[in-house]
Design a protein around this ligand. Structure first.
Ligand SMILES: *Cc1c(COP(=O)(O)O)cnc(C)c1O
Length: 379
């Protein structure tokens, strides 16, 4: 097979930028002209526009997605020793902030088809010390929020949605109600890291809530615990979204649904190409969520994953493993409570998943070249 001229990337930020360059450059220049770098009008406008888009009462911008999770747990007054349940199969940030605040991360397995946190496992993990559940909307679709909210209600727990990977996706209730990912739990958290579905050109993040009191508290904590200038009511952090990033995000927010559509088109191409190959299990769609394909992740069956990646690399096709090591096997999170074999689904996924290029700029020629190459190896 002939190599194609275009450089293939996991995420093509340059190609995406080229299409909005005139607007973005002008928006950045405008911030430079006004010098309102911090908390300027762009931040307030972005906040209002995102509230409108999500249908949520409060969006509180902050410096990154990890901060958002930390601030959420601080705002809920979680105290050392409190237990927080989250998925074993996720990016480390979710568990990191739990541990950092002296809380106890309680890990649970996921379900194999959708990579969602396992509801039965959550219920088993609840104790008298459990204070919160942190579902992760992994790879671009929602966890089973209706079931999680019911469990939370029954046991009087907070729910913090880690929505770093699924902004813009819709959650469908059994009764037909539709809500945006991140607006269902007590607090939703997101990241605007450049490669995320709504990414800025640096770091950024935000928290979402419908609770006025909580929103005020979150705002205060993100700003050094300050109630009025130089009056500090609680210990806080310094976590801000800067105006240049907000100006960029305002432009990209208008494109977010188009971006999701482009990602879905690419996912459908992959799905079709891999459909009848028993070595490639394509990602399942949850019935309660649509997908915004932050990642397109297949489970390999009887394929040497490293050899596949080497083969693809020889054809200039990147492929990544999200995530290679379960949290409970990471050195930093080793805990006598957990041992190898405790989370069999996560362990199997970590050993068998691979993610292919997924972004808004994938054309048919590129997709054909990628899928032909994958199929050539997975004959
Ligand atoms: C990216 C990500 C985060 C952290 O976001 P940052 O902005 O990089 O701090 C948290 N959780 C998940 C699931 C993520 O993918």
């Amino acid at each position: 097979m002939e190599k194609i001229a275009k450089k293939i990337q996991m995420v093509d930020l340059k190609g995406q930028y080229e299409k909005i360059k005139i607007e973005v450059d002008a928006a950045i220049q405008n911030v430079l002209n006004t010098t309102a770098y911090i908390n300027g009008p762009e931040v307030k406008a972005f906040q209002a526009e995102l509230e409108q888009y999500l249908g949520v009462k409060h969006v509180i911008p902050c410096a990154n997605g990890t901060d958002a999770l930390q601030i959420a747990m601080m705002a809920l007054d979680l105290k050392p020793g409190d237990e927080v349940i989250t998925a074993d199969f996720t990016y480390v940030a979710t568990a990191e902030v739990i541990a950092l605040l002296g809380l106890k991360p309680v890990l649970v397995d996921v379900i194999p088809d959708t990579f969602d946190i396992d509801i039965v496992a959550i219920e088993k993990a609840i104790t008298s010390k459990t204070k919160a559940i942190v579902p992760v909307h992994l790879f671009g679709q929602c966890a089973n929020m209706e079931a999680i909210m019911a469990l939370a209600k029954k046991h009087n727990l907070f729910v913090i949605e880690d929505n770093a990977q699924a902004i813009g996706s819709n959650y469908f209730y059994a009764d037909g109600t539709v809500k945006k990912a991140g607006t269902i739990g007590t607090i939703g958290c997101t990241s605007f890291f450049p490669s995320k579905n709504l990414g800025c050109y640096g770091d950024g993040g935000a928290l979402f809530t419908n609770d006025d009191t909580l929103a005020a508290k979150i705002r205060m904590i993100a700003n050094h615990g300050q109630s009025v200038q130089y009056v500090h009511d609680s210990i806080g952090v310094n976590s801000r979204l800067d105006s240049i990033q907000a100006a960029i995000l305002r432009i990209k927010l208008r494109e977010l649904d188009n971006y999701a559509e482009a990602r879905n088109k690419a996912a459908e191409y992959y799905d079709k190409a891999f459909a009848n190959n028993p070595k490639l299990k394509t990602p399942a769609r949850a019935k309660y969520s649509n997908h915004v394909f932050h990642q397109y992740t297949v489970q390999l069956n009887g394929v040497d994953r490293n050899a596949l990646r080497d083969f693809l690399a020889s054809k200039d096709i990147p492929a990544m493993i999200y995530y290679p090591i379960p949290l409970h096997m990471q050195k930093a999170y080793l805990d006598p409570r957990y041992k190898a074999g405790d989370f069999p689904v996560t362990e199997k996924l970590c050993a068998s998943v691979v993610s292919f290029p997924m972004h808004t700029e994938l054309d048919e020629e590129t997709l054909k070249y990628i899928t032909d190459s994958v199929l050539e190896f997975c004959k």
